[in-house]
Design a protein around this ligand. Sequence first.
Ligand code: PLP
Length: 339
Amino acid sequence: MPYDPHLVPDVIKLDANENPFDFPPEVKQFIREHLQPEHFNRYPDPTARELRGGLSQFTGVPADGIMVGNGSDELILNLMLTFGTGKEVLIVSPTFSMYRIHAQIAGARWREVPRGKNFELNTASLIESSAGQDVSMIFVCSPNNPTGNAVPPDHIEELLANTSALVVVDEAYIEFGGESCTRLLSFYPNLILLRTFSKAFGLAGLRVGYLLARPEVVAELMRVKQPYNLNAFSQITARAALQYRDSFLRQVELIKRNRDVLIRGMESISGVRVFPTATNFILFHTPLDGARVFTGLLENGVLIRNVSGPALENCLRVSVGTEKENSTFLEKLKMLLKV
Ligand SMILES: *Cc1c(COP(=O)(O)O)cnc(C)c1O
């Protein structure tokens, strides 16, 4: 099934885990100062040298181990095209649907390896499943979308040490919680990390993701990358976001505080079970059918995500919005579950 981005006008949008706040004014100012006429009529820097330099400072990873993409979605596709075609990839499920979709586009076979009862990584079964020569990559999302929990780095390390496959850890939500695996890059040449500016840094509309790996891995990926994949405006804006990261990290703190208020509100509704989260979204279970809750909320002007499926029966995912959006969501959910 193709990815359905659920575009609905005039609703409270709590379905895509975006940052709900406006861009900080100092960041807008930086963009105005750095945007030049040549950013319109000339092609952008295909190596994104300045942005990668900024990312190198931010992450501590050398610039030749960094690649930027048109969202991390593009990087997932490039990973599949470079290492997955004709091979098998393992996807630790339930998780983000783009791994499966891009595997399919790239002609990779994919197999889901389920998480445990509390959505923990099943390291032993992953090691066993990846033993064959044919498995080229393992996709682990941490903190995981949509379950919200993070994998401790020592579990990832156990996997890295016991497989010859590349292990891709998607850290799209790492600014909100969980511990990053960046320090493992010095020890394990088969580790690849994915990050994005779409969530904590509020840049979902401009499509900027990045990948951290060993230079040899990045060199392989460069053979597949479109030369002008990241436009000039997005490169400048991502540099601005890095320069003013403290402004975004303040927003992250506010989102986390609002999340904790939202969790307490949801837990007070009888029948609702909230799963622990290290992210800016919340997975929850209701006694009603997931599709019915989803539609009921949408009819009341609130869009969330129905993620019901294997291991997630009648589960939905709500993104943390502004205080006002969160309280509208709570009010509508309460109303729906009362009848
Ligand atoms: C949102 C999200 C991304 C971000 O994708 P972009 O293409 O960078 O916007 C990547 N991985 C996961 C798990 C996500 O939830």
